[in-house]
Design a protein around this ligand. Structure first.
Ligand code: NAD
Length: 255
């Protein structure tokens, strides 16, 4: 550690976009607390290996964003391990398919607990420990952040809610030197989107890619680099914003 070394906590970093954020940070000398959810089959040690291969440093920490004590302990790990916290990336999320007629209160609540309240818990715990200013990013989605999505009302509501949450947090924390922004990914190839039951699956992604102006679906590292930009000093005057990362998917008019 040098006085310039920055420290990040990243939820959902054992796979997909979160893993790529940890690797991106490793390349830039940012140390990461790699959040992993034990209920899922992802391998956080693989994230740590990639971080170390990139010349970075990190520690793996189990966190369930449905639990405030768990998220508080996760953010605290940054202080215990590295003595500071500068960046928080609220990336963890789940995606479930549910037609409106089958949308029980329980399904609705389970989704919002992870995809919206989980973001609140992460931003709250992270900002409380950023004594020297900092930056936070929450991961929304074009589903909710831009579009509606049939049979995914709870997911879209949570992801739309993330945008209001981020704007409000940004307004509140600006005076403390803490910025908060959101990314709105389009279709990114990760375990979530490769799930054919709750999302598009491999074939659906392949077909959808042909409709995207950039000609393909996105890679997790293409979202991670934007998250890295938004937390970096290059974005020192950007707060309360959301940035769409979708290869042009949402700007193409369909007649
Ligand atoms: P992913 O499934 O690889 O990543 C999600 C991560 O969240 C997993 O590592 C999972 O273990 C973790 N997680 C799930 N429940 C958790 C809990 N209760 N506590 C802590 N962690 C938990 O998929 P991804 O695509 O990398 O997803 C990252 C984020 O990007 C999610 O918020 C997702 O909704 C969002 N997103 C993804 C896409 C896409 O096309 N892949 C598009 C828009 C938004």
């Amino acid at each position: 550690m040098t006085p310039e070394t920055r420290v990040a906590v990243i939820t959902g970093a054992a796979s997909g976009i979160g893993r790529s954020v940890a690797v991106h940070y490793a390349h830039r000398g940012v140390h990461s607390v790699i959040g992993t959810f034990p209920g899922d089959p992802h391998d956080p040690e693989e994230t740590l290996r990639l971080v170390k291969d990139a010349g970075g440093q990190g520690v793996v920490h189990e966190v369930d964003v449905r639990s405030t004590p768990s998220v508080d302990a996760f953010a605290e790990r940054a202080l215990a391990e590295y003595g500071r916290l500068d960046y928080a990336v609220a990336n963890a999320g789940i995606l479930r398919n549910s037609p409106l007629g089958e949308m029980t209160d329980e399904r609705w609540d389970d989704m919002l607990d992870v995809d919206l309240t989980g973001v609140l818990r992460t931003l709250r715990a992270g900002s409380a420990r950023m004594t020297g200013g900092g930056a936070m990013v929450a991961v929304s989605s074009i589903a909710g952040g831009v579009y509606g999505w049939e049979e995914h009302a709870h997911y879209a509501a949570a992801k739309a809610g993330v945008l209001g949450l981020v704007r409000s947090v940004a307004a509140e924390l600006g005076p403390r030197g803490i910025r908060a922004n959101a990314v709105i990914p389009g279709l990114i190839e990760t375990p979530q989107s490769l799930d054919p039951v709750n999302s598009l699956g491999p074939d659906g992604l392949q077909r959808a890619g042909l409709e995207i102006p950039w000609g393909r679906v996105g890679r997790p590292e293409e979202v991670a680099s934007v998250i890295g930009f938004l937390t970096s000093d290059d974005a020192s005057y950007v707060t309360g914003q959301s940035l769409i990362v979708d290869g042009g998917l949402t700007i193409k008019m369909r007649a």
